[in-house]
Design a binder for this molecule. Structure first.
Ligand code: ARG
Length: 271
């Protein structure tokens, strides 16, 4: 039997969501986007979290920042300390200060903006004592050292090799302190070997489940919120005693994001 622990999340309503530039292979600005549908799918995700007993704060969306809905990228927050993102792409740079100001205004006094490119929880996932950190596409490996120093937690650098899985949270999800699920082919051979060594009992996702962003999930230790069409992964999770909760975020996938991307966990929140 798995035990859930209630979480404190920050989300950003996709009021201005659109795909008007392309910074990952999923984004095709020539494809139409239904912003109203994106909003209703996002509202549903928020309600699912509230139904599970989680606290959900929201940050005001900013016009002209269509990717701001992906709150996971705004920062990494552990023990009430916040390391605010520095984005790689010019189109997203202004999101960093917006998340900085929200965190400052909501009681996070111990906060710093990363010096090196660091896309927050897109690339930094806490698994027990280890801070798993992606590199290869977005976050700079120099940000790993900076994060280790800031949080005083061992950072395990992992190299992503498939541009479709450009952030760590598109290829790996933390299910509980000891359990992760990941898609091995998204990692360099050495990084896949590191994951096998640290997590010999991990759930290994198929290419099909990875391609629908099944690994872009948010777990509370028991309930795992993930894209509903990751059917194989849902079965694997059930077999391990987790409770999968499927949601549809098809509009947001047009920007290369899903459940986890929309969700920043505030650990040791100041409130
Ligand atoms: N369009 C966004 C980008 O490419 C999507 C970000 C998804 N967020 C995430 N945590 N993986 O930056």
């Amino acid at each position: 039997m798995r035990t859930a622990r209630t979480r404190h999340y920050l989300m950003c309503r996709p009021t201005y969501f659109d795909v008007v530039y392309s910074i990952n292979p999923w984004m095709d600005p020539s494809k139409p986007v239904d912003t109203r549908l994106a909003i209703s799918q996002w509202e549903n995700l928020r309600e699912v979290y509230l139904g599970l007993g989680h606290t959900v704060d929201t940050i005001d969306p900013v016009p002209g920042l269509p990717d701001m809905v992906f709150a996971a990228n705004g920062a990494t927050v552990i023990d009430g300390r916040a390391l605010v993102a520095r984005f790689r792409d010019a189109q997203r740079v202004a999101e960093g200060p917006a998340y900085h100001d929200w965190l400052r205004d909501n009681g996070f006094t111990d906060l710093r903006t990363a010096g090196a490119v660091n896309e927050g929880e897109g690339d930094y996932l806490l698994a027990g004592d280890w801070l798993l950190a992606g590199q290869g596409f977005r976050s700079d490996p120099r940000s790993h050292e900076e994060a280790q120093e800031f949080f005083g937690r061992p950072v395990v650098g992992l190299t992503l090799v498939d541009p479709h899985y450009y952030h760590l949270d598109t290829a790996l999800t933390v299910l509980d302190e000891r359990t992760i699920a990941y898609y091995p082919a998204a990692f360099s051979p050495g990084s896949a070997a590191v994951l096998r060594r640290l997590f010999p009992d991990a759930v290994l996702a198929t290419a099909e489940d990875a391609a629908v962003f099944g690994l872009n999930a948010a777990s509370d230790g028991r309930n795992v919120v993930l894209p509903d069409n990751a059917t194989g992964l849902k079965d694997q999770l059930r077999a391990r005693g987790f409770h999968p909760v499927g949601v549809d975020l098809s509009e947001l996938l047009k920007a290369g994001g899903s459940v986890k991307c929309c969700t920043l966990e505030l650990r040791g929140a100041a409130t």
